[in-house]
Design a protein around this ligand. Structure first.
Ligand SMILES: *Cc1c(COP(=O)(O)O)cnc(C)c1O
Length: 380
């Protein structure tokens, strides 16, 4: 079976470095926050080109801590994309505020900035774009709009570490950037981990306080916070991996390019669409996601099942729009307001993607997909 992601290949390549880093932490007796976390925070701040990088327990907490630090609470609204992992809108809900969904751009899969302005109300406090599949949202247009309406911008960079818009890295453009080091992300720990970034000194201080129960001075709690600390083992693993991140991104782009070539006949036949990277940005291909053109969700699911029979794991990120989640029923969103999200949830299929994927494996993926699609009607 060709997996969607194989982390054992990366581990084998870095085994000696990872094991000595882990042992060093074990022997240090310092396991949560502390010097290994501070070292990693310095390294990643330099890599991303931001003034402050603050480790936390996971990407979901990073998003929630960002909401808290910006004072977003009950009665407030945050405009975001409905086509994302649940953690994005969940952070808004956890803060007591309401997510407001804007439809997506069908080319980049990211929030359609031209759909945001109509959603702004006096309650709107922030815009929360997601750089989905490792491709930045249109940050030029988004930042211009945010400035015009005096809104904060929280970037969900869980899938986009190392991707750039213009000359800037994602996470260095908005008010706050939120990252995840879940093992399957492009920079993955050996457990959970997350990060907050900002260029604002006062906000950085607040983010740091919120991750440790709202305190600067031990046992003095000036604001409400949570326990969301990065641990030293994860930081040490991340310090070993960070110097390799750009070459892994190059590897992912090479895999994407090879897929583009292998799948071109299916594109030319009008059966699928392969990813397109928007202007003025670079993508890090967290996923390589194709569209089965015109597919119903049922037919797309069948393609996934047939690929599995042919020894290829493919995944659906994401089958259900956030506005259709039971947790958001009270928002009363109408599917007809989101034609692009509706179509996209039915059409998308993510293929195996990791830097170590071989040309032979990619050939097998392309052959399997071709075998399924050219013999079957596209519409179920
Ligand atoms: C993974 C992910 C998160 C959450 O990160 P965790 O570290 O798993 O909590 C948030 N948003 C997006 C888009 C993600 O892919």
């Amino acid at each position: 079976m060709i997996p969607i992601l194989d982390l054992t290949r990366q581990y084998s390549a870095l085994k000696a470095d990872l094991e000595s880093a882990l042992l060093e932490v074990a022997e240090s007796g310092q396991y949560v926050l502390g010097k290994y976390v501070e070292r990693f925070e310095k390294e990643i701040a330099a890599y991303l080109g931001v003034k402050h990088a603050i480790g936390c327990a996971n990407g979901s907490d990073a998003l929630y801590i960002a909401m808290e630090a910006l004072g977003i609470r009950a009665g407030d609204e945050v405009i975001t994309t409905p086509f994302t992992f649940v953690a994005t809108s969940e952070a808004v809900n956890r803060a007591g505020a309401s997510p407001v969904f804007a439809d997506i751009d069908p080319v980049t899969f990211n929030i359609d900035v031209s759909k945001i302005e109509a959603k702004i109300t006096p309650r709107t406090k922030a815009i929360l774009p997601v750089h989905l599949y490792g491709q930045p949202a249109d940050m030029d247009a988004l930042m211009t709009l945010a400035k015009k309406h005096n809104l904060s911008v929280v970037e969900d960079c869980a899938q986009s570490i190392g991707a750039t818009f213009g000359k800037q890295m994602t996470g260095a453009i908005g008010t706050i950037g939120c990252f995840s080091f879940f093992p399957t992300k492009n920079l993955g720990a050996m457990g959970d981990g997350g990060l907050l970034t900002t260029n604002d000194d006062a906000l950085a201080e607040k983010l740091k306080m919120i991750r440790v129960h709202g305190s600067k001075q031990r046992y003095l709690h000036e604001i409400f916070g949570i326990n969301s600390r990065l641990d030293a083992m994860q930081a040490a693993v991340l310090s070993v991996k960070l110097p390799h991140l750009d070459s892994w991104a190059d590897g992912r782009r090479a895999v994407a390019k090879r897929y583009d070539e292998l799948l071109k006949p299916l594109v030319d036949a009008g059966l699928i669409e392969t990813p397109v990277v928007g202007k003025n940005r670079t993508a890090v291909f967290h996923q390589y996601t194709i569209r089965i053109k015109g597919a119903t969700g049922k037919w797309r699911d069948e393609v996934q099942a047939k690929l599995k029979d042919a020894g290829v794991m493919a995944m659906i990120y994401y089958p259900i729009p956030q506005y259709n989640q039971p947790t958001h029923a009270h928002l009363g969103c109408k599917a007809s307001d989101y034609p692009q999200t509706e179509r996209t949830c039915a059409e998308v299929l993510s293929l195996p993607m990791f830097p170590e994927l071989t040309a032979a494996e990619q050939q097998q993926v392309a052959d399997a997909l071709s075998g399924i699609l050219v013999k079957q009607p596209v519409k179920a």
